[in-house]
Design a protein around this ligand. Structure first.
Ligand code: SF4
Ligand code: SF4
Length: 282
């Protein structure tokens, strides 16, 4: 069972939901937690893993042999990302926007293109109590995050318990890389017009990917009824509503878990899991 916890925008409490769920589930069996929010991974702040293994994530980018290059421009035509150009009758690579697809090297008629690794980030792994913890993190200034997300997902041990993926916020390619192939996506939102707008985009995305999904409303008592009405109209289950509480905010700010600091929330997160399971098996 792979569950992605996602959100149409940042700051909704997505990671809070993911880490608390991981903690209660880890008491019943093996859990793998994959922090796919590779631009700003922060689940480690709550689950406090001992990260003892680190792997670099790189892609192969082209290198031009200026002697062999005749400036024909075939590589430019082959590149869908405008990462290569011909200037002064020689090809020039913009490595920072290259996606490492290898298309240019395949079409070069003079074999002027070789490839060399370009590091994008790292994937770290290690235990966090009973949880096998994986964190993807891109290097500062790297605009390409999807290969690092995929690198983090490659650490998943299939058939080894529940997998919780903390997806990046938004609805673009990095989110697709995190949620694709999951059995369920839990969408975390807040009851504001902005929250509703981003939830609608996120719902569109998961429907497009044909993944079952449900909603958690965070700070449920501070906004309006728009999210509730939208979910009712669209037939989307709201599995959990978390009110705004100053003590919750303080606990989270100090890296604490709600299910540890407020034991009354343990059964609520357990019930959240059971509701998700019911929807996956229907
Ligand atoms: S395809 Fe090869 S020879 Fe032609 S411009 Fe590109 S690198 Fe140069
Ligand atoms: S490897 Fe792909 S993305 Fe990079 S320059 Fe070549 S064709 Fe463009």
């Amino acid at each position: 069972m792979k569950l992605a916890v996602a959100s149409g925008k940042g700051g909704t409490g997505k990671t809070t939901i993911a880490v608390n769920l991981a903690r209660v589930l880890a008491e019943e069996g093996p859990v793998q937690f994959i922090d796919c929010d590779v631009e700003e991974p922060n689940a480690h702040f709550f689950l406090k893993p001992s990260l003892d293994t680190e792997r670099e994530v790189s892609i192969l980018v082209p290198v031009i042999d200026r002697v062999l290059c005749n400036g024909c421009g075939e590589c430019v035509k082959a590149c869908a990302f405008n990462a290569i150009a011909v200037l002064g009758h020689k090809a020039l690579v913009f490595a920072e926007i290259c996606h490492g697809c290898g298309g240019c090297a395949r079409v070069c008629p003079t074999k002027a293109i070789t490839e060399q690794p370009n590091r994008l980030g790292v994937v770290s792994t290690g235990p966090a109590g009973n949880i096998f913890f994986v964190e993807g993190r891109i290097d500062v200034g790297t605009p390409l995050s999807v290969p690092v997300t995929k690198g983090a997902r490659r650490e998943i041990k299939e058939q080894d318990g529940i997998v919780i993926l903390d997806a990046p916020p938004g609805t673009t390619c990095p989110v697709v890389a995190a949620v694709a192939g999951c059995d369920y996506v839990l969408l975390v939102t807040e009851p504001t017009p902005f929250g509703l707008n981003d939830l609608k985009l996120a719902v569109e995305l998961v429907r497009e990917l044909d993944i079952p999904h449900g909603v958690v409303i965070n700070r449920a008592d501070i906004g309006d009824q728009g999210v509730e009405e939208f979910c009712r109209r669209e037939g989307i289950s709201i599995h959990l509503r978390i009110p705004f509480e100053r003590q919750f905010a303080e606990t989270i700010a100090h890296g604490g878990l709600l299910v540890d600091a407020f034991p009354a929330w343990r059964p609520k997160f357990q019930a959240l899991w059971h509701k998700i399971q019911e929807e996956v098996t229907v």
